[in-house]
Design a protein around this ligand. Structure first.
Ligand code: IMP
Ligand code: MG
Length: 175
C-alpha cells in the first residue's frame, strides 16, 4: 500500500506558533528555571525549536515510551522504553509532546511523573486532536488543534518515516 502526503500546516506557520509558545512560557515562568522533558521520538524537533525560543534558564531531559508501530490507533498500552536521566523533584517540569490523540500516553506519564514530586508539571504539545480524546488530560500549551486526520512531519512519523518533513502533512493511503 502506497501513501501520499498533503500539507496541513506550513513550515512558516509552525515556526511562528512555536515562537509564540516560547514567548508565552518565558512569561508564565518568569524568574524560574524550566525543565523540559521531551517525549521521544516525535517530540524531538518541537523540543529543539521550542527550547531555542525560551528566554529563561532551561534544562532538558528525554524519555521514550512505546509507540503504536505501524498502526494508526492506540493500543492503550504505554511502556517506558527509556526513563529520564535526572530526578525531577522540585523542578518546574514541562512535558513536550508532538501530539495528544487519545490522551492515554500523557495520562499515564503525568501520573507517573507526579509521584516524583516536581515543583510543578505542565504539558506543551505541538498538535492536539481533541475529537479523539478518551481520557481527561489537561493540556497547558497547544500549538494547533487539528482535525481527526493522521499527520506526519516535524518529528511525527508513519511507520518511522516522514519525521524529517519541515511541515505538518496529512497522510492519505492509496489502496
Ligand atoms: P495518545 O496516547 O493516543 O494520545 O497518543 C499519543 C501518541 O500517538 C503521540 O505521541 C504520537 O506518537 C502518536 N500519534 C497519535 N496521533 C498521531 C498522528 O496523527 N500521527 C503520528 N503519530 C500520532
Ligand atoms: Mg509521541
Amino acid at each position: 500500500m502506497a501513501e501520499s502526503v498533503s500539507v496541513l500546516l506550513t513550515e512558516q506557520e509552525v515556526d511562528k506558533r512555536i515562537q509564540e509558545l516560547g514567548e508565552q512560557i518565558s512569561k508564565d515562568y518568569e524568574g524560574k528555571q524550566v525543565h523540559l522533558i521531551c517525549i521521544l521520538k516525535g517530540g524531538s524537533m518541537f523540543l529543539c525549536e521550542l527550547a531555542k525560543r525560551i528566554t529563561l534558564p532551561v534544562s532538558l531531559d528525554f524519555m521514550s515510551v512505546s509507540s503504536y508501530g505501524k498502526d494508526m490507533t492506540s493500543s492503550g498500552v504505554v511502556k517506558i522504553v527509556k526513563d529520564l536521566d535526572d530526578p525531577i523533584k522540585d523542578k518546574h517540569v514541562i512535558v513536550v509532546e508532538d501530539i495528544v490523540d487519545s490522551g492515554r500516553t500523557l495520562s499515564y506519564l503525568l501520573e507517573m511523573l507526579g509521584k516524583r514530586e516536581p515543583a510543578s508539571i505542565a504539558i506543551c504539545t505541538l498538535l492536539d486532536k481533541p475529537e479523539r480524546r478518551v481520557t481527561d488530560v489537561k493540556v497547558d500549551y497547544t500549538g494547533f488543534q487539528i482535525p481527526d486526520e493522521f499527520v506526519v512531519g516535524y518529528g511525527l512519523d508513519y511507520d518511522q518515516r516522514y519525521r524529517n518533513l519541515p511541515y505538518i502533512g496529512i497522510v492519505h493511503l492509496d489502496e
